[in-house]
Design a protein around this ligand. Structure first.
Ligand SMILES: NC(=O)c1ccc[n+]([C@@H]2O[C@H](COP(=O)([O-])OP(=O)(O)OC[C@H]3O[C@@H](n4cnc5c(N)ncnc54)[C@H](OP(=O)(O)O)[C@@H]3O)[C@@H](O)[C@H]2O)c1
Length: 326
C-alpha cells in the first residue's frame, strides 16, 4: 500500500527538495501539489530538474484523500493555511515552518504537533498525529549538543558559529541572495537573537532539565548554495576520548548521524540526509563541529524521515541519497 502525500507551497525550495525525494520513494504516491503561484503549470516548469521525471502539474487545492500533507510555507503561513483549510483528523501534517516547534505552539486547531527531531523524539514521532519539523540551524546545533545534555554535562556557556548557504533563505529574491552580493562574500545576521535559539533551548532542557546557560549563536551567510557548517564549543571536564565515546554511544542507533574520527567538511553531506559530527578537546574547550545539508537533513529529508517513522517504515526508506564530493 502506498502513502498518499500532498504538498502545500509547492513552488518553494523545500517543496522542490521534497518532490525530488518523494518521486523516488517506493511507498509514496503524490497527491495534490498545491501552489498559489503556479496552479496548472507542470512541476518541471518551476523545478527544472524534474523534467523527464514527472508530468504532474501544480494544483490549486489538495486531492482531499492525502494520508500526509507537508506544509512548505513561510513562517506564520502554516498556521493561517491550517486555520482556513481544515484537514481530516486522520491526515498527518508535517510542517516545515517554525509555527508549531515550541511547546507553547504545539497545539493548534485540535492538532497536536510533536517536535520532529528523530535523534531526540523517535518514539513520540512514531505515535504522532502531526510533526513540527526542526529548523536547519537548529538541527545542526542540537545534534552537536544533545549527547552533552543527556549526560548533564552542559554546565557552562556555549558558543556557536554556523554558516549557511543561500538556499536557507528560500526562493524569494533579496539583496543578500543576489549573486553579485553573495559571491565572494561573507556576512553575519541576527547575532545572539536567531529564532532557532528557542527550539534548541527547549530540546536541551528536555534532556537536562536544570539547564542554566547562554547559547551565544552567531549565524553567517556563506558564499555557496547548500549546507550548514556549525562549530560549537563549551568548557568541559570530559577528555577527548570520553567525549567521543559518549557521542558515538548516543548516536549508535541513529542511521543518519555519525561521529567522525577525522575533521569534517561540508561536501561530505551535501545532497544527503546525513549529519556528521567531529569532537575534539583543545585546552578546556570541547569543540564539536557539525555539518548537514540545510534542505535535506535540515528540512525535506528530515521531513521524509519523520514520515517514515509515522507510517512504520524503516527510517531510511527513500533517503539513500547520492552525495557529491567533487
Ligand atoms: N530553505 C531551507 O533551507 C529551510 C530549512 C528548514 C526549514 N525551512 C522552512 O521551510 C519553510 C519553507 O521554506 P522554503 O525555503 O521552501 O521557502 P520558499 O522557497 O520561500 O517557499 C515558500 C513557498 O510558500 C508559498 N508562499 C509564499 N508566500 C505565501 C503566502 N503568503 N501564503 C501562502 N503561501 C505562500 C510559495 O509557494 P507557492 O507559490 O507554490 O504557493 C513559496 O514558494 C519556511 O518556513 C522555512 O523557514 C527552510
Amino acid at each position: 500500500m502506498k502513502i498518499k502525500a500532498g504538498i502545500v507551497g509547492g513552488a518553494g525550495y523545500t517543496a522542490g527538495e521534497l518532490l525530488r525525494i518523494l518521486l523516488h520513494h517506493k511507498f509514496v504516491e503524490l497527491g495534490g501539489i498545491v501552489s498559489s503561484s503556479n496552479a496548472g503549470n507542470p512541476l518541471h516548469q518551476v523545478h527544472d530538474d524534474l523534467l523527464g521525471d514527472t508530468e504532474l502539474v501544480f494544483a490549486s487545492e489538495l486531492a482531499g484523500d492525502e494520508d500526509v500533507v507537508f506544509l512548505c510555507l513561510g513562517h506564520g503561513n502554516s498556521k493561517s493555511w491550517l486555520a482556513k483549510n481544515s484537514l481530516p483528523e486522520i491526515t498527518h501534517v508535517i510542517d516545515l515552518s517554525n509555527d508549531f516547534r515550541l511547546a507553547a505552539d504545539q497545539e493548534f486547531d485540535g492538532r497536536e504537533f510533536v517536535y520532529g527531531l528523530p535523534e531526540l523524539n523517535k518514539s513520540r514521532i512514531q505515535q504522532a498525529q502531526s510533526i513540527a519539523n526542526p529548523g536547519c540551524f537548529a538541527t545542526a546545533i542540537q545534534l552537536a549538543l544533545l549527547p552533552l545534555a543527556q549526560a548533564g554535562k552542559l554546565t557552562d556557556d556555549v558558543h556557536v558559529s554556523a554558516i549557511t548557504g543561500s538556499t536557507g533563505a528560500g526562493q524569494s529574491l533579496s539583496e543578500t541572495v543576489h549573486f553579485s552580493w553573495r559571491t565572494n562574500n561573507v556576512s553575519i545576521y541576527k547575532p545572539f537573537t536567531h529564532q532557532h535559539l528557542g527550539e534548541i533551548g527547549e530540546s536541551l532542557a528536555q534532556l537536562q532539565p536544570q539547564l542554566d546557560l547562554d547559547i551565544n549563536f552567531i549565524p553567517y551567510r556563506g558564499n555557496f548554495s547548500r549546507g550548514i557548517f556549525a562549530s560549537v564549543y563549551t568548557p568541559s571536564d570530559l577528555s577527548q576520548d570520553e567525549a567521543r565515546e559518549m557521542y558515538k554511544n548516543f548516536y549508535a542507533e541513529a542511521p543518519f548521524t555519525t561521529v567522525s574520527d577525522k575533521e569534517i567538511h561540508l561536501k561530505q553531506v551535501v545532497n544527503t540526509n546525513k549529519c556528521l559530527l567531529h569532537v575534539q578537546k583543545l585546552g578546556k574547550q570541547l569543540l564539536i563541529t557539525s555539518v548537514i545539508d540545510n534542505l535535506v537533513k535540515g528540512a525535506s529529508g528530515q521531513a521524509v524521515q519523520n514520515m517514515n517513522l509515522l507510517f512504520g517504515l524503516p527510517e531510511t526508506t527513500g533517503l539513500h541519497l547520492k552525495s557529491v564530493l567533487f
